[in-house]
Design a protein around this ligand. Structure first.
Ligand code: 4NP
Length: 198
């Protein structure tokens, strides 16, 4: 089955987008869905290529049991072909991603959005850049991202899967064209059957 791919993008790829990537991965692990996804992050700028995430962000995330392991890279036009969703941290990132797509005349299918479109608790329209500020800015970015990354998951994937309840997974091939995926869940001694079409 084809994996769903999500790319988080900020300016340097050492603070906000690696944090968003790791928060999303941590959420997928909790839901038992990690194997169904490819998750990555990138920067619109090139200054930090190959570097670990900023230590201030890594330490703040570790306090929430979130490990940030990614190494910085720059977004390329190939990402428009490789990812289903590209999520920008702020308006400037969003414009730069669109510019790259136009400049390279990419025909990629990626849906480009701003992560704050999925906020619910916080009113921030953009994820603020914490790089030149104090330590508290990193915690605030994590608070904002936990809210909006959850919102992104809820909008697109909450109703598609909840593998944490799965007891059996059976794939039946019916003639050469249609695949039925039957997920059999037993909950509280009741038996539910959900059929999905691919
Ligand atoms: P990020 O933060 O875009 O969240 O990774 C920044 C990191 C580095 C720089 C700017 C923003 N910089 O100018 O080096």
């Amino acid at each position: 089955m084809k994996k769903i791919s999500v790319l988080f993008v900020c300016l340097g790829n050492i603070c906000r987008s690696p944090a968003a990537e790791s928060i999303f991965i941590s959420l997928l692990v909790k839901k038992g869905l990690k194997d169904g996804f490819i998750v990555d992050s990138a920067g619109t700028g090139s200054w930090h290529i190959g570097k670990e995430a900023d230590s201030r962000m890594r330490i703040a995330a570790e306090r929430r049991d979130i490990n940030i392991l990614s190494k910085a890279r720059q977004i390329t036009s190939k990402d428009f072909d490789d990812f289903n969703y590209i999520l920008a941290m702020d308006d400037s990132n969003f414009r730069n991603i669109q510019d790259l797509k136009n400049r390279t005349a990419s025909t990629g299918f990626a849906s480009i959005k701003k992560i704050q479109d999925f906020r619910s608790v916080f009113n921030e329209q953009e994820v603020p850049d914490p790089y030149f500020g104090g330590d508290e800015g990193f915690d605030y970015v994590l608070d904002i991202l936990e809210d909006s990354v959850n919102g992104f998951f809820g909008k697109y994937f909450l109703n598609l899967f909840d593998l944490s309840l799965f007891r059996n997974l059976v794939i039946i091939k019916v003639n050469n064209f249609v695949h039925y995926l039957i997920n059999c869940m037993s909950v509280c001694n009741n038996f539910y059957c959900v059929i999905r079409f691919y």
